[in-house]
Design a protein around this ligand. Structure first.
Ligand SMILES: C[S@@+](CC[C@H](N)C(=O)[O-])C[C@H]1O[C@@H](n2cnc3c(N)ncnc32)[C@H](O)[C@@H]1O
Length: 235
């Protein structure tokens, strides 16, 4: 999978892509992440990419032209994603607080795509016409407002990237993580068996795989009922 991220602060995105699972996913060739500075498509030599908003009010708006040119250039460089496809990207995603709330189902679906553009907004956001004419999906990472879309894009790349087939090995398989089957994950323990008198549950020490699986299923269900009962209604 190829992900192109358009940002005015590309530095904010470097580190999250250079460690741990995202690093390995790229090294193994499962994921390519390209970070582009929107100022490469600025409207003038001063690197301008934003302007005052019509109607007045505080806060700048990211202009149409740099974003349109960036998306068009990147699209022209990509082959059609499937026969009959006009070329370009499977999705052009704008990270925005008023987008669809990110969840595991959306991440699962996006992890099957071939290539994606992500647009990080700043200031008051991006000109509405880019949303209307280029953006195919709008995603929020929660009901709160960040200063820019970079951290949201990093979250989205991470949760998609780890789901790409082959990225995780069996031990870390995402299938056993929270939300995959509308359940929260069970509690986990490691050595020692007894820490300050706080003991690891007997079932996990039993060596009996059936018992361990039953215990985990019960705990998953209990935790989901207590913390996120709404998930069980979606089953
Ligand atoms: C200060 S915010 C703009 C907020 C916008 N004026 C509003 O009230 O909806 C700047 C940028 O941060 C990003 N952003 C902020 N909060 C976000 C969230 N919860 N999820 C995804 N992106 C977010 C978006 O790209 C947005 O364009």
């Amino acid at each position: 999978m190829r992900i192109d991220i358009i940002s005015v602060l590309p530095e904010l995105l470097q580190s999250p892509m250079q460690h741990s699972i995202m690093k390995r996913a790229q090294e193994k060739g499962f994921l390519e992440v390209h970070i582009h500075n929107l100022r490469n498509w600025a409207v003038n030599e001063y690197g301008q990419v934003d302007d005052y908003q019509y109607g007045g009010g505080a806060g700048m708006v990211m202009m149409c032209e740099p974003l349109a040119k960036a998306i068009e250039q990147l699209s022209s460089e990509r082959k059609p994603v499937r026969p009959g496809h006009p070329g370009g990207y499977d999705e052009v995603i704008y990270l925005t607080p008023d987008g669809e709330m990110l969840n595991q189902k959306i991440a699962n679906n996006l992890s099957l795509k071939g290539n994606i553009i992500m647009i990080c907004g700043h200031y008051k956001g991006i000109d509405e016409r880019i949303r209307q004419h280029f953006v195919t999906k709008e995603i929020s990472i929660g009901d709160y407002v960040l200063s820019g879309g970079e951290l949201a894009a990093a979250v989205l790349v991470d949760c998609i990237g780890r789901l790409i087939p082959g990225v995780l090995n069996d031990e870390t398989s995402a299938l056993f993580d929270s939300f995959q089957d509308n359940l929260l994950a069970p509690p986990v323990y490691t050595r020692p068996e007894d820490f300050r008198g706080w003991k690891v549950p007997d079932a996990l020490l039993s060596g009996n795989h059936r018992l361990i699986e039953e215990w985990r299923n019960e705990q998953s269900l209990k935790r989901t009922k207590e913390r996120r009962p709404g998930l069980l209604e979606n089953q």
